[in-house]
Design a protein around this ligand. Sequence first.
Ligand SMILES: [Zn+2]
Ligand SMILES: [Zn+2]
Ligand SMILES: [Zn+2]
Ligand SMILES: [Zn+2]
Length: 376
Amino acid sequence: MKRRLSRDDSSLRSPKRIWQSKTNNVCMAHPLAVVMRQYGLLETIVSNLRANDLFALALSSKALYKTIITTSSSLENLLGRVKCSGRGVDIRNKCHMKSAFFYSYNCTEHVHCGSDTSHQQIESRPCVSCKITTCNECRIHCVYQSIYEAPGDPDDAAELPNFSGFVLLQSAEQPILSPHHLVSENPSATPRWGNPAEGQNRPYHDQGYLDVPLEMGASAPPECIEDLLDLDLGCHSLISMSGDSRYAAPSPVLSSLYQVTEERKIEVCDSCTGHGATREVLVRQSSGATRLPTNKISGQTVAKPTNTCHCTLRERILDRWLCLKCYLAEESAIKAQARKQKSDSEGFCRCGELARHVLCLWCLGKVSEGKNVQLT
Ligand SMILES: [Zn+2]
Ligand SMILES: [Zn+2]
Ligand SMILES: [Zn+2]
Ligand SMILES: [Zn+2]
């Protein structure tokens, strides 16, 4: 006859209970967990890890998981202290295509994650979206300056080096002119640009004048990058930047930026225009819409929701410290919305009603300038 287990016996033999008991003991005894509980030590250890290492460490034992991921705010705090992973540099290297000129002339490329450069101090901050520490080289910029061509005659002091780089994550290499390259400028007050790989120099991201992509075979005057960054895109399109009828509109200099700024616009009807309602409609229509840009500018600073778009590239791209993985997620959410607005439904909201407004997917405010062309 089988002996019936008493209540106490059965609980003692429960595999779950045995496992819990074992892990609790491990919790108590795990020396690394005990050390890490002293928070100063945990922060010191974490500052030498990358985010993936931190997650791997947390998943290595229940005790360490409890210690590291106690609350979402402490995890966020720790993610803001890890080393940059270098992933942004990997993404840049995949997207940016050096032109044939790079290989034909005496050019060097300078693209290094802040975690891998000891001779230069590169600023790092938590990504505004995923909260993971990201260095200035691994986050999004409007114009990356990454390529340097030394002067042909190093003894000729008048000869300037050449600079080039890339717009956002677009593939085409574009020349970047320093203030000293433009005769119209009076750059005597500003130091000449040097090799960004040497001394205390830094890459000249988002500075100078952008020129026509090297392999495009078109001509247009260079555009001041500072002016581009501060253009109110709610009232002006980049198509209006070049007023010279001798050149194509938009200027070939701005073709990459123009595509990105136009893609953020969608046509909507009256009933889909309310600020909260719009996001709700978009989220209902596409799961990808949850990755649309938020109004978080940096840390806890949140831009006020507005009925009218006054987005600038500086505010939406530069002031939001966004890692490139999160930028790609936002870009693909915006492209998904753009695809929903098929060319044959131009003039209509996605709900089927007549469109009466153009909305900006960066801020969900109304764009007064309108949508110029249907992009594919
Ligand atoms: Zn980095
Ligand atoms: Zn991120
Ligand atoms: Zn609608
Ligand atoms: Zn906007």
